[in-house]
Design a protein around this ligand. Sequence first.
Ligand code: PGA
Length: 241
Amino acid sequence: MAKRPLLVGNWKMHGDGGDLAVIVAIGEAARRHPAVDVALSLPATLIDRARRVCPGLAIGGQDCHPEPSGAHTGDISAPMLREAGASLVLLGHSERRQDHHEDDALIAAKLRAARAAGLEVILCVGETAEDHAAGRSAEVVRGQLTLSLAGMNGQGIAIAYEPVWAIGGDRTPEPKEVAAMVGLIRNTVAGARVLYGGSVTPDNGEALFVDGGIDGFLVGRQSLDADAFTAILKLIDGTAR
Ligand code: PGA
């Protein structure tokens, strides 16, 4: 059965109070496309303000600590995100894996904490350029999934396939490569929605969505622009039916 499409924007370390109008515009677009679930993963400083200006829009965090509280300077816990107004959190993004040396065991602990706090999780997986060139993509992604899910089922979890080499540039995999990885993910995690992320634009979105066989996108740069993000939302709504 086709799943409800899901479009998530990842603002990364971008955005401040001057960008609330962008969030409002995205919230209005989401209301015009009720057949698609739309969410924005924002910097923690914007979560509460986004909830106030746009009460209907699902808001997410971008990471959480495995513990609910404690002596962890600079970190944020899953219950804190929830209390601020988040309903979901990104985990295992390649920028966290690289910049903060996060491994799958840590991501598994974060995942359990997020689910215990009632947050939906967008779990990011994907191979590096080196793994891709060596033909190890499937092996890497299967390993990331198995270790970071650590026996949890797909309940409350969406998987974002984000090849590291496709993030933040202008290269994407061929839709058939995405489809192969989506098949692997669906076989490994039954029931979870599967997203693609990495240089998604209104121009390449339709081919990736239709031929990639995905349930939606995790979008970085193009989610900072309400018009571009809305164009991606429209194409999902138009092609998902
Ligand atoms: P990008 O980022 O769309 O800017 O490539 C995607 C992501 O990192 O989630």
